[in-house]
Ligand binder design. Structure first.
Ligand code: 1GP
Length: 253
């Protein structure tokens, strides 16, 4: 269980992790070439592959990434069809903020036996969709409602339910391209009451927002959109993550 183990080891050492999200529908042609070049010179801890509305097969992108970039590839699927044995691990997502049985358990039943046979590392993940200021693709596709962005206690209760159900990660998601990322207050509330590693993503476009998420208690931050328009930003985000020291801002004042 190498990917999850590395997440736990980094968390114990208080090292934050950056995950770059690549959607095979968007990551092609010159965008793909620029992204691969950027990832080779500034390699993040993890690369997530997938999307809520992805139709392109994830296989060829993962094959290329494995040839070119020395990092772990993690499937971040929008549904059971986005699977590849070539990835290092699978986030086995259950959309706990919603009440659509299809995304809570239905897609899992469709794919569980086949996934188990492959022997891929499976990381059960409680996935919480938070209002990011505009309707997201995942909200539309899953036909579920978001948790209001100021309802920290609802997010905490949902995250702790994931923990008690035996899940291994919790993901606070504002939606790809969100106007407003998950608020630091919510990240702090959830991380303070949760014993699992916490992933945060959606709408993070600056290193200030990245640092704010780390400061609030995110163990892993996921960034996609910001790099699609400018792969050169990956360097800045990777360096910010490597140089991050918890409390450094507090101790400097
Ligand atoms: C979306 O959390 C990820 O699922 C990343 O969001 O594309 O807005 O960075 P962005």
């Amino acid at each position: 269980k190498n990917v999850y183990k590395s997440i736990l080891l980094n968390r114990e050492a208080n090292r934050k992790m950056l995950a770059v999200l690549l959607d095979p529908d968007k990551c092609r042609g010159s965008v793909l070439a620029g992204t691969i070049a950027a990832l080779k010179s500034n390699t993040p801890d993890l690369v997530f592959v997938g999307g809520s509305h992805t139709v392109t097969s994830v296989d060829s992108l993962i094959e290329l990434l494995k040839e070119e970039v020395n990092t772990k590839i993690v499937l971040f699927p929008g549904n059971a069809s986005q699977f590849s044995t070539k990835a290092n691990a699978l986030l086995y997502l259950s959309l706990l903020s919603g009440r659509n049985a299809e995304f809570l358990i239905g897609q899992h039943i469709t794919s569980s036996v086949a996934i188990k046979k492959t022997g891929i590392e499976v990381i059960p993940t409680g996935y919480l969709l938070i209002d990011g200021g505009k309707p997201s693709s995942v909200e539309y596709i899953s036909n579920t409602r978001t948790i209001p962005r100021d309802k920290n206690e609802i997010a905490l209760s949902t995250a702790v339910a994931a923990e008690l159900l035996g899940m291994r990660l919790v993901y606070l998601e504002a939606g790809s391209g969100a106007d407003t990322p998950v608020a630091p207050e919510m990240i702090h509330c959830v991380s303070a009451g949760l014993s699992l590693p916490l992933i945060v993503g959606g709408g993070i476009k600056t290193t200030e927002q990245l640092t704010a998420a780390y400061d609030a208690g995110a163990d892993i931050v996921v960034v996609g959109n910001a790099f699609e328009s400018n792969p050169n930003l990956i360097e800045e985000f990777v360096k910010c993550t490597r140089n991050y020291e918890a409390g450094s801002e507090l101790s400097a004042t």
